[in-house]
Design a protein around this ligand. Structure first.
Ligand SMILES: NC(=O)c1ccc[n+]([C@@H]2O[C@H](COP(=O)([O-])OP(=O)(O)OC[C@H]3O[C@@H](n4cnc5c(N)ncnc54)[C@H](O)[C@@H]3O)[C@@H](O)[C@H]2O)c1
Length: 421
């Protein structure tokens, strides 16, 4: 598969999701790349230059001239650099679920040879790469770290829906099992990333750096959510307090909100798992998680109180929820707190409509929730603007106002319009 005959490097990207595909496309502009995924449907769509995650355009696919997509393991045999970007979710008990990572590691281990480079990009707790993955690689491949192959870890900072902080425009942290490795891995990423490559002092440091980036964000949002609940009791508008406080040079710019998805709401559990293993009982990290996880229920109760206050007939109350993805400008609904809110509302109310411009296909949650393909022309008692999609900003608040019945309760969870109106 040497499409680029000048390059001997054949890079396999294992797992072509939100992280893996942009990486494969970027490397495929220069190197021979094998985009490997176990999901046959995903491979079929990628072969047609279609990304259902909406991260890569047809034009970007075309620019990546040296890429091939495959779900056949035997294609990995020709590769000499392996980058693993598979999901690292949590179990129902909120413990790290490393099954996919281990499966991908075994696949790679069966296909590496001497002088291979293996880099992990999946988010993991400190120690996973060297304590969990490395022994599997050595056992299956019968090769030895550093003398036969190099191990590396480079956390991913991709932000779905964000077209500014894309892979090639942000600083990338790299780490490796030895000095030769760090130089090779640095050079590899430097060839596709314009800004800085930061070399972490060890693999564990790089793993930890990633996990605290999201943990820090989670806790800061949790603090804002707590402040929101305090100010609500005091009848003070949080957004006005934040506007005033932000005039101080070192006040951090966070706002209350729903924390979902598979990074910010998940990564802190990876850290706390490892902390507990090491004998430390985390305090604020888990408290922040609990507070953020409780926000859909809190918002529901607030809505319910308002409905009662307005004396709207509960049986006849109809809801419109705008935005069901876990964050703005992307179509990912995994662990979406907005969806969780829809489910809570639908347990008590019969008429719940949902609309999200990023969700094109029919979406079924339960029979009490009605999925709309277009923004409706109906009027509602309660409207919740749950996700700050640029689509809503574009159609303007005037359009949303046309959906409101008299005395409509409008919840602008992300202050999309509240600051301006
Ligand atoms: N999505 C983000 O915003 C983001 C940002 C930074 C880091 N991360 C981390 O990157 C990793 C990947 O996340 P994602 O959002 O890209 O996941 P994703 O769910 O979008 O995609 C993962 C892909 O891996 C494939 N896969 C699963 N097991 C495989 C295997 N054994 N072999 C080959 N392919 C396999 C799946 O079919 C899927 O297509 C996770 O650890 C995540 O925490 C994600």
């Amino acid at each position: 598969m040497l499409l680029n005959k000048k390059q001997k490097k054949i890079i396999a990207i294992i797992g072509l999701g939100y992280v893996g595909l942009p990486l494969a496309i970027a490397f495929g502009k220069k190197y021979n790349v094998l985009g490997y995924d176990i999901n046959e449907k995903r491979i079929k769509e990628l072969k047609k230059k279609k990304d259902n995650n909406l991260e890569i355009s047809k034009k970007e696919f075309t620019k990546s001239k040296f890429i091939k997509f495959s779900n056949s393991e035997k294609d990995l045999l020709r590769c000499n650099t392996f980058i693993i970007t598979v999901p690292t979710p949590i179990t129902k008990n909120k413990k790290p679920d490393l099954r996919l990572l281990i499966k991908a590691t075994k696949t790679v281990a069966k296909n590496i040879k001497k002088k291979s480079i293996i880099i992990y990009e999946s988010t993991v707790y400190p120690g996973t790469t060297e304590e969990i993955c490395l022994p599997i690689i050595e056992k299956i491949s019968k090769l030895k770290l550093n003398s036969d192959f190099i191990l590396g870890y480079s956390p991913e900072r991709i932000n779905p829906g964000d077209k500014t902080h894309t892979l090639e425009k942000i600083t990338k942290v790299v780490s490796a099992s030895n000095t030769i490795g760090i130089n090779k891995i640095k050079k590899l990423y430097q060839s596709i990333i314009k800004p800085k490559i930061y070399c972490a002092s060890s693999i564990k440091v790089a793993e930890s750096a990633k996990i605290i980036e999201n943990t820090q964000r989670d806790i800061n949002i949790a603090l804002m959510n707590e402040l929101y609940q305090i100010f609500d009791k005091l009848n003070i508008k949080t957004n006005e307090v934040l506007k005033a406080a932000k005039t101080k040079w070192n006040f951090l710019d966070f706002s209350p909100g729903l924390v979902g998805g598979h990074c910010i709401g998940v990564d802190p559990y990876y850290l706390t798992f490892k902390a507990k293993q090491a004998g430390y009982e985390p305090k604020i990290t888990l408290a922040g998680r609990k507070l953020n996880d409780g926000m859909p229920q809190y918002i529901y109760e607030k809505i319910h109180q308002n409905i009662k206050k307005q004396k709207i007939n509960i049986k006849k109350t109809n809801f419109l929820i705008l935005g069901i993805t876990f964050k703005e400008n992307c179509n990912d609904t995994r662990n979406s707190k907005s969806l969780e809110l829809c489910k809570i509302i639908s347990k008590k109310f019969n008429h719940v409509d949902i609309f999200d411009p990023y969700i094109k296909k029919n979406f079924t949650l339960n029979t009490r929730i009605n999925f709309l393909k277009k923004i409706p022309n109906k009027k509602y008692n309660v409207i919740i603007l749950a996700v700050k999609h640029s689509f809503f900003i574009k159609i303007s608040f005037e359009r949303i106002k046309r959906l409101m019945k008299k005395n409509c309760i409008f919840f602008d969870l992300k202050n999309t319009f509240t600051d301006k109106n």
